[in-house]
Design a protein around this ligand. Sequence first.
Ligand code: 3HC
Length: 308
Amino acid sequence: MKEQQFQEKIDLEKKIEPKDWMPVDYRKHLIRQISQHAHSEIIGMQPEGNWISRAPSLRAKMILLAKVQDEAGHGLYLYSACETLGISREELVEQLQDGKAKYSSIFNYPTLSWADMGAVGWLVDGAAIVNQVSLQRTSYGPYSRGMVKICKEESFHQRQGYEIMADMANGTPQQKEMAQDALNRFWWPSIMMFGPQDSDSPRTGNAMKWKIKRQFNDELRQKFIDQTVGQAEVIGLTIPDPDLKWNEEKGHYDFGEMDWDEFWSVVNGNGPCNIQRLEHHKKAHSDGKWVREAAKDYSKKQKSTETN
Ligand code: 3HC
């Protein structure tokens, strides 16, 4: 009976709120997805953070700083949304550090040149926008509202990345070469952000039934490719896919076969930077222990002065 009432609510496009009854599997699915989304935001700060001290100008440094700070805020919104499902921040961080929870595969690739800051903003945040705009309509209230706020900031992330790529593609031959090299290295890992093909996606059935997801992985991937090919052409860069071709009949680009072995190898922890990313997170987390303790003591003291 409760299951039926819940599904009717979903079908009527009503948002599910923290205090509402929900199936255990709906709660588990959301904790998995929102926590992995939050982990992605936080781990995603590392590849870009590496370049803050090496930005080529004060303006570039300020923009990158602002972007990386935004990602920390996105992580905060998403961890907070996840905590409304009855799991603590400590548990979530533990799952990440123990390798029980994943984060987006894209962040396990190294950022080797300044052009990579352009490729990450343009492609990674560009892909994230396609995914997250769709997620604004997710059925869980706190997640949906967090997405609306995050999407407002993502367009700045994508534009600043594209500006870096455009400047370099129109710069010296060496700069153009760096931009093309960054595109070559980030193109395929960026389209892998949309997840496995729907046929291989174990959870897509429930995700669509409960309107956690509103569009299929492959549909969102196709949308991102269709909108990005033209952007590369405008700045004179070549997408590293010889099979990429406009299909007039379908109204979409046909594209080459993805390397699913690479995808699953990176997702399962064997990418170029998986170990480094988690080690860095563990060190930063332990270095920040004193801040968390001081904040906890301060709020305890505040509470006791308020009650006296
Ligand atoms: N990277 C890492 N893990 C991935 C993955 C990817 N690209 N794609 C799939 N997986 C994992 C899933 O988490 C799942 O692992 P689990 O069983 O241990 O939980 C497993 O592979 C099977 O995949 P599924 O098909 O079941 O996964 P989904 O259908 O949930 O699709 C997803 C994966 C597209 C990532 C989906 O979970 C999703 O849309 N999540 C919300 C958005 C998100 O997390 N985006 C990540 C990037 S955030 C970002 O880029 C920040 C921006 O500011 C730059």
